[in-house]
Design a protein around this ligand. Structure first.
Ligand code: NAD
Length: 255
């Protein structure tokens, strides 16, 4: 087995169930030798996430709602106590209130927009701040974005500007944390049928279009996204930072 993450400790935020992109990434990290800490959003999610954490042999499985600073403090205190370091962090978290997500950007509420931005974008910044002192040997931070950050995608609505802010934040974080050899990258994945994606209107149509128009004429799987994430978390990508890397069967190059 290629153990490119052997001896590495990683934190995974964003597993909801076996369809989650974060699960595909976590399984790949583990297969490549990493030891993982896993979080779940709330008591409702816990019974879905705990068995997956067990499959990963994760020594840490804790509740983290990214809007709750005390939960984040407790999580990082546990990581510090158990490992004394963190090598990589995966942020695969997104949320927007349904009314705002399904309406025009023009009509979005200030509160809904702010909530989407806080949970889907500023949470990455907060996680980086907590991770920084533990990444004393350098580190890798990964987040998940989508093509709707860059181009207007029908029905992606307010998540477009939110993901644009996320991708820009990745670049600023990469510069600020680069002096400590902490790399920060976004994976821009093609559409995958997940719980979060099911909140988008006509998502099936979007998937059909992606498969039809992508140069490789296929969709991407969470396993394929996971393999790219594992590569980016590893020393093999030690000079790659501040990037938005597409894993979309080439869809983004189409005019
Ligand atoms: P998912 O529903 O499996 O994962 C979304 C996660 O966000 C869930 O685990 C949920 O618990 C978590 N979350 C929401 N609010 C939270 C909060 N307050 N605190 C902590 N966690 C919270 O869906 P997914 O598609 O795997 O989404 C993961 C990431 O991938 C998201 O950033 C999403 O925008 C991005 N992405 C998805 C697709 C796609 O087509 N599914 C494509 C590109 C990018």
């Amino acid at each position: 087995m290629n153990a490119m993450l052997s001896g590495k400790k990683g934190l995974i935020v964003g597993i909801a169930n076996e369809a989650s992109i974060a699960w595909g990434c976590a399984a790949a990290f583990r297969a490549h030798g990493a030891e993982l800490a896993v979080t779940y959003l709330n008591e409702k999610a816990e019974p879905h996430v705990r068995p997956l954490a067990a499959k990963l042999d994760a020594p840490i499985c804790m509740k983290l709602d990214v809007t709750q600073p005390t939960e984040q403090e407790a999580l990082f205190a546990e990581i510090k106590q158990r490992w004394g370091k963190l090598d990589f962090l995966l942020h695969a978290v997104a949320f927007a209130p349904k009314a705002d997500l399904n309406g025009r950007v023009t009509d979005s509420s200030a509160d809904g927009f702010a909530q989407a931005m806080d949970i889907s974008c500023h949470s990455l910044i907060r996680l980086c701040r907590s991770a920084e002192p533990l990444m004393h040997g350098g580190g890798a931070v990964l987040t998940l974005s989508y093509y709707g950050a860059e181009k207007v995608v029908t029905n992606y609505n307010i998540m477009g500007p939110v993901k644009a802010a996320l991708e820009s934040s990745v670049r600023y974080l990469a510069v600020e944390l680069g002096t400590q050899k902490i790399r920060v990258n976004a994976l821009s994945a093609g559409p995958v049928k997940t719980r979060a994606a099911s909140g988008l209107t006509d998502f099936d149509k979007l998937m059909e279009d992606a498969a039809a128009r992508a140069p490789l004429h296929q969709l991407v799987t969470i396993q394929q996204i996971g393999e790219m994430a594992a590569f980016l978390a590893s020393g093999s990508a030690e000079t790659v930072t501040g990037q938005t890397i597409y894993i979309d069967a080439g869809f983004n190059i189409r005019g």
